[in-house]
Design a protein around this ligand. Structure first.
Ligand code: ARG
Length: 586
C-alpha cells in the first residue's frame, strides 16, 4: 500500500495541478512542528517563485480546494505560505487499521533491481578481527533492507585470498618445511589431502612472516615471487592455497553463523583469476592501459580532481596482479553472471581511494555494464583511548573473542536484572546470546556508518537507553501481554479512532515507510535504529496511560490489542532488518 504522506501528497498534487501549477509542488511531509500540525506542504513557496505570484495567495487557493475533503480536521497557513495539515481521528484510525491488515505493514514496495552487496571481506589464513565486524553487520543490514524494499539482492563475502599475504605464507612454509611435496617443482600428480598446517598454525605463521618481510627486503622479495608464481599457476602453490582456503572458510562460517550474518556467494579474489588475462587484453584494446616502469597501469586522474588520484596498477613488472585488478575482474564476473543494476561495497572508509580508482577504471574501460557502483564507507570501532580497538595486550582482537565477551557481558546484565532466573539453563544461555548479539549490532548500527565509535560493553548491554537490549525487552513485554490476552480469550480486533493521547503512537506507526525510505536512500541503517527507538518510546508512553488487558469495553480492548500487536510487528520487522532476533520471553 501507499504511505500516508504519499496518499496526502496525491491529494495536494491534484490541487496544485487544478490550479494550473506543477504537481511536484504538492509533496507532503511529516510536520517538523508536531505541536502545530501533523503534516506540512511547503510547495506554495516554490510554486510562487516560479509563477511570480504571491505564495500566501497560492496556499490559500490550495487550502480552499481541499477544504471539503472530510479527512482533514484542520488546515491552516503558516508564515509566508506553509500549508499545515491535520487529520481527523476517524481517518487516522482507519489508516492505521489498513496498515495493521497490510502484509508489508504499510511500506510500499519498490520496483526490483539486481543489487550486489560486497561486505564482510575477511582474508583467508588470518583470523577475522574487529575490523570485519562492521563490514559484516552493516553490509548484512543493508542487504536485508534492500531485499525488504523490493530488490533482488546478492550478498558476496569477497574474501581476500590472492595477494601478497598468501605469498608470505607460502614462502614461510617453504622456509620452515622445505621438504614438503608442494615445493618440489618436478613433482607431478596429486598432493596430500591433509593440510600441512592447522588454522591455528597458519594464524601464527602470518604475523611471523609479515614481520620478517618488513625487516628484510630479501625475504619480502621471496614472498613477492611466491605470490607471482601462485598466480601464474605453479601447481604445488595452488595446492597449498587450496588447503589455506578450506580451513579458513570453515572458521569464517563459524564466526558468521555466531553473528547471524548471511552471504549468498562465498566468492573470493582468486575465483576471478581466469578472467584477468582476457580482461587486461580487452582493456589494452580499448586503449586505457599504459606501460609504466614495466608495470601496466590505468591513469584515472581527471582534470578537476581536488586530490591527486594516482594511476591504478593492473599488473606489476614481476607479473603479479593487485587488489584493484581482482576487484576489476570481479566486476567483469558480476556483470556476466548477475548483470547488476547496482553494486554496493561496504568497506572501511580508509579504502575510499582504492574504490575511486577501481570505479573510474571500470567506467573508462566500460567493464561495469549498466551497474552503478557505490563505496559505502564506515569508520572504525575504537577502544577507550580513541584508537582502533585492541586487546589489553595491544594485539588485534579476534572477532570470535569479541562475540564471546559481549555474550558474557549480556549474561551478567541479565543476572543483575534477575531476568530469566527460573528459566532452563539452555533457554537462558540462548537469551544471553540473543541479547549480546542485539547489543553489539544495535550499538554499531545506531551510529551513522561513517562515524567512529567507542566500544563500551557496559553501555551497549544496558536495558535502558537507546540500546539493543532495551528494544528486545520492550518487544518481549508486548509479546507477553499478547500471550496473556490470548489466555483470557482475547485476540486483536479492529483498530478504532484514537482517543486523546493515542494520536502520537498512531502517527509514529504511520511513519514506518519514511524510516525505511530514509535508510534505503541514505544506505543508513542508523535511521532504522532511530525509528525503532522512537516507536518503542512512543509505545511505552501509550502503554503507561492506557489499560489494555483490564479495559472493560471489549471493542476498545481488542482495538488496543491490535494497536499493540501492530507496534510489536513493526519493531520486530525493523530489528529483523538490522539482523537482530527477538526471544519469545525474557
Ligand atoms: N579483504 C579486504 C580487507 O580485509 C576487504 C575486501 C572488500 N571488498 C572488495 N571488493 N575489495 O581489507
Amino acid at each position: 500500500m501507499q504511505s500516508l504522506t504519499g496518499y496526502l501528497s496525491g491529494i495536494l498534487m491534484d490541487a496544485f495541478e487544478n490550479a494550473g501549477l506543477s504537481r511536484d509542488y504538492g509533496r507532503v511531509t511529516v510536520s517538523d512542528r508536531p505541536d502545530l500540525a501533523q503534516f506540512q506542504c511547503n510547495g506554495a513557496l516554490a510554486a510562487a517563485k516560479a509563477a511570480k505570484q504571491n505564495p500566501r495567495a497560492i496556499a490559500e487557493r490550495i487550502v480552499e480546494a481541499i477544504a471539503a475533503n472530510p479527512i482533514f480536521r484542520d488546515l491552516s497557513i503558516a508564515g509566508p505560505g506553509f500549508i499545515n495539515l491535520s487529520l481527523t481521528d476517524e481517518f487516522l484510525g482507519q489508516w492505521i487499521g489498513r496498515i495493521a491488515n497490510d502484509a508489508r505493514l504499510g511500506v510500499p514496495e519498490k520496483s526490483p533491481e539486481n543489487v550486489v552487496l560486497d561486505y564482510g571481506g575477511p582474508n583467508i589464513a588470518k583470523p577475522m578481527h574487529v575490523g570485519h565486524l562492521r563490514a559484516s553487520i552493516i553490509g548484512d543490514a543493508i542487504r536485508r533492507l534492500f531485499a525488504f524494499a523490493g530488490d533482488r539482492t546478492i550478498g558476496d563475502v569477497h574474501m581476500g585470498d590472492w595477494g601478497l599475504p598468501i605469498g608470505m605464507l607460502i614462502s614461510e612454509i617453504a622456509i620452515q618445511q622445505p621438504d614438503l611435496p608442494y615445493f618440489d617443482r618436478n613433482r607431478s600428480g596429486p598432493y596430500p589431502q591433509q593440510s600441512p598446517v592447522t588454522l591455528e598454525e597458519l594464524e601464527a605463521l602470518y604475523p611471523k612472516a609479515a614481520g620478517d618481510c618488513k625487516a628484510d627486503p630479501e625475504r619480502l622479495e621471496r614472498a613477492r615471487l611466491a605470490t607471482a608464481e601462485l598466480q601464474e599457476g605453479r601447481a604445488g602453490y595452488r595446492a597449498l592455497w587450496q588447503h589455506f582456503f578450506e580451513i579458513s572458510v570453515e572458521a569464517m562460517k563459524r564466526d558468521f553463523a555466531a553473528l547471524g550474518v548471511h552471504f549468498d556467494l562465498w566468492n573470493g579474489e582468486a575465483c576471478v583469476d581466469p578472467l584477468i588475462a582476457p580482461m587486461i587484453e580487452t582493456m589494452e584494446k580499448a586503449g586505457v592501459v599504459e606501460q609504466s616502469d614495466g608495470a601496466l597501469v590505468v591513469r584515472v586522474a581527471e582534470p578537476d580532481d581536488k586530490h591527486e588520484i594516482p594511476p591504478l596498477i593492473l599488473r606489476k613488472s614481476d607479473g603479479a596482479v593487485m587488489y584493484a585488478t581482482t576487484d576489476l575482474a570481479t566486476i567483469v564476473d558480476r556483470v556476466k553472471t548477475i548483470d547488476p543494476d547496482l553494486m554496493l561495497y561496504i568497506v572501511d572508509q580508509r579504502q575510499h581511494l582504492h574504490f575511486e580508482q577501481v570505479f573510474r577504471a571500470a567506467i573508462k574501460a566500460r567493464l561495469n555494464g549498466k551497474a552503478r557502483m557505490e563505496h559505502l564507507g564506515f569508520g572504525t570501532m575504537n577502544g577507550p583511548d580513541g584508537k582502533p580497538f585492541k586487546t589489553r595486550a595491544g594485539g588485534v582482537m579476534k572477532l570470535s573473542d569479541l562475540i564471546r565477551m559481549t555474550i558474557e557481558a549480556a549474561d551478567a546484565k541479565l543476572a543483575e536484572a534477575g531476568i530469566g532466573k527460573d528459566y532452563p539453563a539452555r533457554e537462558r544461555a540462548e537469551i544471553a546470546r540473543m541479547v549480546g548479539i542485539a547489543a553489539l549490532k544495535f550499538a554499531d548500527l545506531s551510529n551513522h556508518r561513517i562515524q567512529n565509535y567507542v566500544f563500551d560493553l557496559d553501555r551497549f548491554t544496558r536495558f535502558e537507553g537507546k540500546t539493543g537490549p532495551y528494544l528486545l525487552y520492550a518487544a518481549v513485554r508486548v509479546k507477553s501481554m499478547l500471550r496473556k490476552a490470548e489466555d483470557q480469550g482475547d485476540r486483536p480486533g479492529a483498530i478504532v479512532a484514537p482517543a486523546e493521547g493515542e494520536r502520537a503512537l498512531m502517527l509514529t506507526l504511520a511513519r514506518l515507510p519514511e524510516a525505511i525510505a530514509g535508510a534505503y536512500d541514505g544506505r543508513a541503517p542508523n535511521e532504522l535504529c532511530a525509528f525503532a527507538f522512537d516507536l518503542a518510546q512512543s509505545f511505552s508512553g501509550w502503554y503507561g496511560n492506557f489499560h489494555v488487558l483490564s479495559e472493560p469495553d471489549a471493542e476498545l480492548r481488542r482495538g488496543r490489542l491490535a494497536l499493540a500487536d501492530l507496534a510489536l510487528r513493526q519493531v520486530v520487522l525493523i530489528l529483523d532488518l538490522l539482523g537482530i532476533d527477538v526471544p519469545e520471553r525474557m
